[in-house]
Write a protein that binds this ligand. Sequence first.
Ligand SMILES: CC(C)(COP(=O)(O)OP(=O)(O)OC[C@H]1O[C@@H](n2cnc3c(N)ncnc32)[C@H](O)[C@@H]1OP(=O)(O)O)[C@@H](O)C(=O)NCCC(=O)NCCS
Length: 192
Amino acid sequence: MNAFKLPFSEFETQRLRLLRYTSRFAQDAFLWYSDEEVMKWAGPDTHKSIDNTLLFIKTITKANSDGKMIYWAVHDKQSKKVIGDISLYPDMKHRFASAGTFLMKTFWRQGIMTEAMQPVLWFAFNKLLLHRVEAQVFSEHIASIKLYEKLGFKKEGLLRQNFLINGTFCNSIMYSLLKDEFIPKCKWTELY
Ligand SMILES: CC(C)(COP(=O)(O)OP(=O)(O)OC[C@H]1O[C@@H](n2cnc3c(N)ncnc32)[C@H](O)[C@@H]1OP(=O)(O)O)[C@@H](O)C(=O)NCCC(=O)NCCS
């Protein structure tokens, strides 16, 4: 267990709230964790029942209190639903974190993740005091590549066939953003 307790903040942007995950969000989260298209390029297996989502939330809540990771539920103010999530897996020794993002399909390509990632990157660099945030994306996953490029991440290189997806070894690309390179694209409020 990591003895270091990670800080946490909730945030509000123009359209969104970034909230601490609780089991109350399971019904909403199941909608994208059970969607084959959303999960196509993802690490975790597609959820088959709400029990998978409840177990997942229990696991990440524990990992969060053990100081291993941070998860935000992305809440849409207009629909009052949780529509996605963002994770950071920090390595506090080397002061970097790996980022992950999921968004319900009906909200794709509306700038939601670009907006939601702004306070997350600020938090990573200014509260976790990280030097680098990285993201490993599959080389054919255009949406993810475009997202990280829009966020200012730099392409570092190709990792050859390092993920097994549906029986095929796939290449991925390492992207990273350093603290000094982060240029916020919108405003947000820290809720606590
Ligand atoms: C990756 C993902 C989070 C992107 O979220 P999003 O809110 O749709 O992204 P944004 O709307 O903020 O778009 C960011 C940029 O990427 C572009 N983009 C997003 N999806 C795209 C697509 N399918 N094809 C081409 N460009 C795309 C947008 O046009 C935008 O660039 P622009 O403003 O210059 O036009 C979303 O597609 C998703 O949840 N996918 C499934 C889960 C997943 O694979 N997660 C990543 C695991 S590595």
